[in-house]
Design a protein around this ligand. Structure first.
Ligand code: PMP
Length: 302
């Protein structure tokens, strides 16, 4: 899958051609990974679940003692300008906010000049075949960050925990690697959340206190499942439960709902994408179409 660079990138309040978009070499995002981000999927030029992503951006900021100086309307306007400059239709958009420049010993209240960078790039989703055949995952030996150390619920720009798990993937054909926590329970994938359908037909997903990012797609799936009468359990999930599951899938804004049909060489259920998974995927895609249709950019009072 080839990602093309975005021709235009927003830095602060200005749009620059890709190679002219620059951030200071003293930026704390670069020096210490001191920043946060969001990745949104763009469908037909519309940022799916924008409000939810902006909400999570604020939660991440708060957890890191950062204050974002922009209103949601201002952020939406920056997103809109970036999408227009790049003429993005089907794409992914990344909002990065760092704490900006400042000494390593500085207090957060003295660092009140965050830097924002927004880039949009064309996006080729995984082959449609993956959604029918499913993908293979493995279980990492790398432990997910402890919530008391660096809470995985914070979408911080420091991705090393996830990247190490990816670098350590053992098998060629693995699409995603699942990280356990220090108690040996499964948490999430390096870039996605995990769900399974158990022997009783219930939807099961690692709970917040397992130490996970509270995915926007995860929330969407849980809400949808509950409203359609499917029982959802958010709980500690062990690897054995995945091996014994009838179905499994991973979720992320850029993946939607992707069936998981193998853990290494062991099939899950009967080894094909399950009916609950495929029904959720279909409803999700309908939800995307409904969202696009009713979406309006917020009014700006600038
Ligand atoms: N967990 C991790 C570690 C991720 O990087 C992502 C991708 N943002 C997700 C879960 C899925 O989150 P979302 O559904 O909000 O894209």
């Amino acid at each position: 899958m080839k990602s093309l660079p975005s021709p235009y990138i927003l830095v602060g309040d200005e749009i620059f051609p890709h190679h002219e978009a620059k951030v200071s070499a003293s930026d704390r995002g670069f020096l210490y990974g001191d920043g946060i981000y969001e990745t949104l999927r763009i469908y037909q030029g519309i940022p799916f679940e924008m409000e939810e992503h902006l909400g999570r951006l604020r939660e991440s900021a708060e957890a890191l003692y950062m204050v974002l100086p922009w209103s949601d309307e201002e952020l939406a306007r920056k997103i809109q300008r970036t999408l227009e400059a790049n003429e993005t239709q089907e794409g992914r958009l990344r909002i990065t906010v760092t704490r900006g420049e400042g000494d390593v010993r500085a207090r957060p209240e003295d660092l009140r000049n965050p830097v924002i960078v927004i880039r949009a790039q064309p996006y080729e989703p995984p082959a449609e075949d993956f959604y029918l055949r499913g993908v293979s995952v493995e279980i990492s030996e790398r432990i997910r960050n402890l919530p008391d150390a660096l809470d995985p619920a914070i979408k911080s720009g420091n991705l090393l925990n996830n990247l190490l798990a990816r670098f350590e993937m053992r098998n060629e054909g693995t699409f995603e690697t699942l990280l356990p926590n220090a108690r040996g329970e499964l948490t999430e994938g390096s870039l996605s959340n995990l769900f399974l359908v158990d022997g009783k037909g219930r939807l099961v997903t690692p709970s917040a206190d397992s130490g996970i990012l509270l995915g926007i797609t995860r929330k969407w799936v849980i809400d949808l499942a509950r409203t359609s009468g499917l029982e959802v359990l958010e709980k500690a999930v062990l690897a054995e439960e995945l091996y014994e599951a009838q179905e499994a899938f991973i979720t992320a804004s850029t993946l939607e709902i992707l069936p998981v049909t193998r853990v290494e060489d062991k099939p899950i259920g009967n080894g094909v994408a399950g009916s609950v998974t495929l029904a959720l995927l279909e409803t999700y895609r309908q939800g995307v179409r409904d969202y696009i249709e009713s979406f309006d950019w917020p009014e700006t009072h600038a």
